[in-house]
Design a protein around this ligand. Structure first.
Ligand SMILES: *Cc1c(COP(=O)(O)O)cnc(C)c1O
Length: 371
């Protein structure tokens, strides 16, 4: 099946009890045992498994072309589980431009757990090779990155990581459908399903998909049900519902973002636009190789630094000043002030999550805000 068909049908079945076309939501926390004491229907207690969570995991796993998936209450909880599946003394390589919350986890929490982490620029293959150690267990890639839209060559890094027997993880939150990390050598894919999967800024979630269901994936699975950071049945239902329109929404997000990026790149008040679809972007060639479209996220640097950027964000009418991304509505965010001390975001940078409005309205709104 092609991806649009998979998105509609994976994880879905007509309810055998009622014929319901849309899946029922199973709120029950506990499930009946057979007289022999077994659980022949497959469910025992909702922290361990639930019909809605199972449907979501099967659906996302099929969509990414994986063998199994484990869903969590947020993208951050999914990242937590992944790091908790490692052991003290293990070495992690993380992209220097990874999601701020993920780098904070590694810096603050997991340093005390004796995970050793190096943050490196993964677009620099020599830096990746140089950072390898005998105890390197995992490489965390993220592309396009946040908020500078840097591009990592997933296949090239995965090859280096595989050669030393370590695990390649791709945080694919920003590029579902349009980037297929398992085809590029990744072992695990992570999504914050809060973003494009949910798609409507109304549900928090995260998921890890394994290319194969190996021992490391089993460890993630046991962190999931022993640790208990699981999503509610309703949240699972919402995220799987979001998945059904994901390929078509992604196409529209990408088309809109490309138009907005072209407009901004020519604007006299704009110093720089970070969008991998622009031929001037340093990662454009690699993005063209590994992405079918260039995504719905972009950043611009306004001339005049922080004050000028804040004024633009204050003046937009259609764009909402808010964090997060991937919803139907367009958002604008001054990233440096959200990330706070230690941020690597330029002060004049505004990040845009391009929604599903008409691109011309978005362009007119940005034009009036910039001038
Ligand atoms: C939002 C985000 C996360 C964290 O997900 P939450 O659902 O907010 O916990 C991780 N990685 C990326 C790239 C994100 O955009």
């Amino acid at each position: 099946m092609r991806i649009e068909t998979l998105a509609v049908h994976a994880g879905h079945a007509i309810d055998p009890a009622t014929g319901a076309v849309s899946a029922p939501i199973h709120l029950s926390t506990t499930f009946e045992r057979d007289m022999e004491g077994t659980y022949s229907r497959g469910f025992m207690y909702t922290r361990n498994n639930n019909p809605n969570r199972q449907a979501l995991e099967e659906g996302v796993s099929a969509l990414e072309g994986g063998a199994a998936a484990a869903a969590f209450g947020s993208g951050t909880a999914a990242a937590m589980a992944l790091f908790q599946a490692l052991a003290p003394g293990d070495h992690v390589l993380a992209h220097v431009d990874a999601y701020y919350g993920t780098t904070r986890l590694l810096r603050d929490l997991f340093l005390r757990w004796k995970l050793e982490t190096d943050f490196i620029d993964m677009s620099d293959m020599a830096a990746v090779k140089k950072a390898l150690r005998p105890n390197t267990k995992l490489a965390w890639m993220e592309t396009p990155s946040n908020p500078l839209l840097r591009i990592v060559d997933l296949a090239a890094v995965a090859q280096i990581i595989r050669d030393v027997g370590a695990i390649s993880v791709c945080d694919n939150t920003w590029a579902p459908i349009i980037q297929r990390p398992f085809n590029l050598g990744s072992d695990l894919i992570l999504h914050s399903t809060t973003k494009y999967f949910g798609g409507h800024c109304d549900v928090l979630g995260g998921i890890i998909v394994g290319k194969i269901e190996n021992e490391f994936f089993q460890r993630i699975r046991s962190v999931q049900y022993s640790g208990g950071a699981v999503p509610s049945p309703f949240d699972c239902w919402l995220i799987l519902r979001g998945m059904r329109t994901l390929p078509w929404r992604m196409r529209a997000h990408c088309e809109n973002a490309a138009k907005v990026a072209d407009f901004l790149a020519q604007h006299r008040r704009v110093k720089r636009v970070h969008y991998p679809g622009l031929t001037s972007h340093p990662g454009h060639e690699i993005a063209r190789k590994q992405m079918s479209m260039f995504g719905g996220m972009l950043s611009l640097e306004v001339k005049g630094g922080r004050d000028a950027a804040m004024k633009v964000a204050a003046k937009t009418i259609i764009f909402t000043r808010a964090t997060s991304l991937g919803g139907v509505e367009s958002l604008i965010e001054h990233r440096a002030s959200i990330e706070g001390p230690g941020t690597t975001s330029p002060e004049g940078l505004l990040r845009l999550s391009i929604g599903l409005e008409n691109a011309d309205d978005l362009i007119e709104d940005l034009d009036q805000a910039l001038t």
